[in-house]
Design a protein around this ligand. Structure first.
Ligand SMILES: *Cc1c(COP(=O)(O)O)cnc(C)c1O
Length: 371
């Protein structure tokens, strides 16, 4: 089976992890600091490593003080964690529709969805293509809301020359194996705001505070918890893998770009197929290659490609279709552009180690089915 995505792990990655295992530190040692500093250079803002992308979102919302009575405006065209982590903090999630071409949160729809209760607006850089951050910034500022970027797909991408990570008040990353780089499980939160970063770091470490103490005379051992948090740390061993993978990020980007350009060329003019859009200002590190299968044939094409050993995927069912949101009263039809996108969407295999020959097989099977 050719999967839709997978990690690329080479000898340099293995050696980095082995070196960490032979060192004095397994968790929260010097490799965490090093990885965070290297990530910050890519993201354009200070970063805190966390245990996965879902934890990164939970941490970002907690740092933004999202809670009961608040509303969080976001896109339904995403992995459920973008919305569910806000709901778990007690907020009401308000889904706004997406742009027809990129499937990213539509700034006009986001604006229409804001109220006096809007605490955060969360965009997703779908497939690695950045959202319209300048417009979203205006929407967030006029609503008095925090702008959050779920950039699980988009580390290494840029918007109008600015890196993803430097565009929102808080940006979250995922280092799951299918993503642009991996630590097995892992993630990070980026923010240029020192107060937000202090809360991010505290939340990720069980809420423990060692500096600003209420009872400073307790003794040298003393630490205290002013606010609840969780253990969302990313261990040294995995940060070693992350640093090694970051050194390969430019090569990953080049290979994913070359494969995307090959798909663009080899699939041009195939009937019943629409290829992914790219806005002029976007410099994406392409996580997915999302085509649209027209004429109501998406399910058939999915089944036939899978049967042929090609592991295509669908990203994503609209988040509010999940039973947990349906049971809260969210109804189908609320974001028609996202639903129309979902009905046709199919992610073709895309990952750094995909060979040209494997890609040719994907193209040949797809052409055979659609012609
Ligand atoms: C993968 C992903 C997440 C969650 O990341 P994990 O590391 O799997 O927890 C969140 N949002 C989006 C858009 C994702 O693709």
């Amino acid at each position: 089976m050719i999967p839709y995505g997978r990690q690329s792990v080479d000898d340099s990655d293995v050696e980095a992890v082995v070196a960490a295992l032979r060192s004095d530190w397994l968790t929260t040692g010097p490799r965490v600091d090093a990885f965070e500093a290297e990530l910050a250079a890519v993201a354009g803002a200070p970063c805190a490593a966390v245990s996965n992308g879902t934890a990164a979102l939970h941490t970002a919302y907690a740092a933004a003080r999202v809670g009961p009575g608040d509303e969080v405006v976001t896109t339904p065209m995403t992995f459920v964690a973008t919305a569910s982590t806000a709901a778990m903090l007690g907020a009401t999630v308000v889904f706004a529709d997406v742009e027809e071409d990129t499937a990213n949160l539509d700034p006009a729809a986001a604006s229409a969805a804001t109220t006096a209760r809007t605490r955060a607006i969360t965009a997703v850089d779908y497939a690695g293509h950045p959202a319209e951050y300048d417009d979203l910034r205006k929407v967030a500022d006029s609503a008095g809301a925090v702008l959050i970027a779920d950039a699980a797909h988009a580390i290494g991408s840029a918007y109008r020359g600015r890196p993803v990570g430097s565009l929102a008040d808080l940006t979250t990353f995922s280092f799951f194996p299918t993503k642009n780089l991996t630590t097995g499980e892992g993630g990070a939160v980026a923010t240029a705001d020192p107060a937000l970063m202090a809360r991010v770091r505290r939340f990720r470490t069980v809420g423990i505070e060692r500096r600003e103490l209420r009872y400073p005379d307790e003794g040298g051992w003393h630490q205290e918890v002013p606010e609840f948090g969780l253990n969302y740390r990313l261990p040294d061993v995995l940060c070693a893998l992350g640093s090694s993978q970051l050194r390969r990020l430019a090569a990953f980007k080049a290979r994913r770009a070359a494969l995307s350009a090959r798909y663009d060329e080899l699939l041009a003019g195939v009937p019943g197929l629409r290829l992914p859009a790219r806005r002029a200002w976007a410099d994406p590190l392409r996580h997915l290659y999302p085509v649209r299968v027209l004429g109501g044939r998406r399910r058939e094409v999915y089944d036939r490609l899978r049967a042929a050993g090609i592991g295509v995927q669908v990203n994503y069912i609209p988040a509010y279709w999940h039973p947990v949101f349906a049971d809260l009263g969210y109804r189908r039809g609320m974001c028609p552009v996202a639903e129309a996108f979902y009905a046709e969407q199919l992610s073709l295999p895309l990952y750094a180690d995909l060979t040209d020959a494997e890609q040719d097989r994907v193209v040949a099977e797809l052409r055979r089915i659609l012609s």
